[in-house]
Ligand binder design. Structure first.
Ligand code: NAD
Length: 368
């Protein structure tokens, strides 16, 4: 039974005894903050190869020591779940070791960077009957929540175009850009529109760490997609780094940098010339613009849970979905299949560039 402490913050009688593995930048700045707010999580141990980082996390959670060796921690500590915030190529492998040690696992994105690692994790999770949660927090980011609400509202029409842009700064390789950096935008496409069917991709590579991909795609429901992902921008720019736009039937919604959400509803039709349109050879309809709706969080009211970065970005809600699923024996709302599909889309893009042809997502190894 939960009791509300403040809006959005609940006291919980049930606690998920958890270990935190990986205490790097993302863990320290977002994930551990979010977990510290959750009464339903009891952190019983922390682990990082880097002792200073691990000790810092231990102090934050009131623990008198940290671990540098995961196996030692598994032997000495009794827990139900692990939160893995690891270097991307190790994430699925370490998640699997946690599952084999009897823990449910929540990982940062990407779930993994190699199909074999993800399949091996899936096989272990099925055998050990453990749940997997994945940090596709943008699904819960306030701007994208507003976008999803608009898209599914009456009168929006079925989505006709998904346009996504993610152009940040340096990434070590094109593989890192696609499999790790861009996976949020593959996942958002699936979340907002549906499964992707086929894509064709081009790559521009100026120098190592400086590349841009352009992808044309079609979703199974017919919606078309256009995605541009690159590393020739800047991590620090205020505008133009991340953008998502969805077109419906004369409706359009978009969000810049995962923040301001804008909804341009259909213009008012003043007069339809549809009958004589072909002879006029011009627009068939006279329209008048309607005001746009802009939703913007109130950053000045800093005393609320919803004004924290980890809430605006959706990390808190994504983690809570996993925690509630484990405590109440449900399915994590974002999990194994989502992590797998995001990697398959990245691999389809790589194959399309290499083979200069359209690639169906179903070509990327049907094994699940
Ligand atoms: N959701 C998002 O928007 C978002 C944003 C940034 C990063 N991330 C993800 O978070 C993850 C971590 O990124 P980061 O920037 O914090 O990286 P980081 O390098 O700062 O942190 C990784 C940590 O893992 C530790 N580590 C490595 N191997 C280990 C092992 N075997 N046992 C224990 N600890 C080990 C390292 O010492 C390091 O402290 C990545 O997967 C990244 O994709 C997600």
């Amino acid at each position: 039974m939960s009791k509300e402490l403040f809006p959005g913050l609940e006291l919980s009688e049930k606690k998920l005894k958890s270990v935190l593995i990986g205490c790097g930048e993302q863990a320290t700045n977002l994930i551990h903050d979010a977990i510290a707010y959750m009464d339903s999580v009891e952190v019983v141990a922390v682990c990082d190869l880097n002792q200073e980082r691990a000790d810092f996390a231990a102090r934050r959670f009131g623990l008198d020591r940290s671990y540098q060796d995961m196996d030692e921690m598994f032997r000495e500590v009794e827990a139900q779940a692990a939160f893995v915030v690891m270097i991307p190529r190790l994430q699925a492998q370490i998640a699997r070791r946690c599952v084999e040690a009897g823990l449910h696992v929540y990982t940062e994105k990407p779930l993994g960077t190699e199909l074999e690692d993800i399949y091996a994790l899936g096989e272990s999770a099925r055998r050990m009957n453990k749940k997997i949660g994945v940090s596709f927090n943008k699904r819960y980011a306030l701007a994208y929540q507003d976008m999803k609400r608009a898209i599914t509202s009456e009168g929006f029409g079925s989505p006709s175009a998904y346009i996504a842009k993610f152009i940040g700064g340096y990434r070590s390789t094109p593989t890192d850009l696609l499999r790790t950096g861009s996976c949020h935008f593959f996942d958002l496409g699936r979340h907002l529109i549906g499964e992707l069917d086929e894509l064709y991709a081009y790559k521009y590579e100026k120098a190592p760490g400086q590349h841009i991909f352009s992808v044309t795609a079609q979703f199974e429901n017919g919606c078309v997609g256009s995605m541009v992902m690159g590393s020739m921008g800047s991590w620090a720019c205020g505008f133009g780094m991340e953008g998502v736009e969805v077109r419906g039937d004369r409706n359009m919604v978009w969000a810049d940098n995962g923040r301001d959400f804008t909804w341009q509803k259909p213009a008012k039709i003043l007069n339809s010339y549809a009958e004589g349109a072909s002879s006029q050879n011009t627009q068939a309809i006279a329209e008048e613009a309607v005001p746009v709706e802009i939703t913007r969080p109130n950053y000045s009211n800093i005393g609320k849970l919803t004004q924290n970065n980890f809430y605006i970005n959706g990390n808190y809600q994504c983690i809570k979905g996993f925690v509630d699923a484990v405590l109440h024996d449900g399915e994590p709302p974002v999990g194994y299949q989502d992590g797998l599909m995001a990697l398959k889309i990245a691999l389809a893009i790589e194959r399309s560039v290499a083979e200069k042809r359209a690639v169906r997502i179903s070509e990327i190894d049907g094994h699940v």
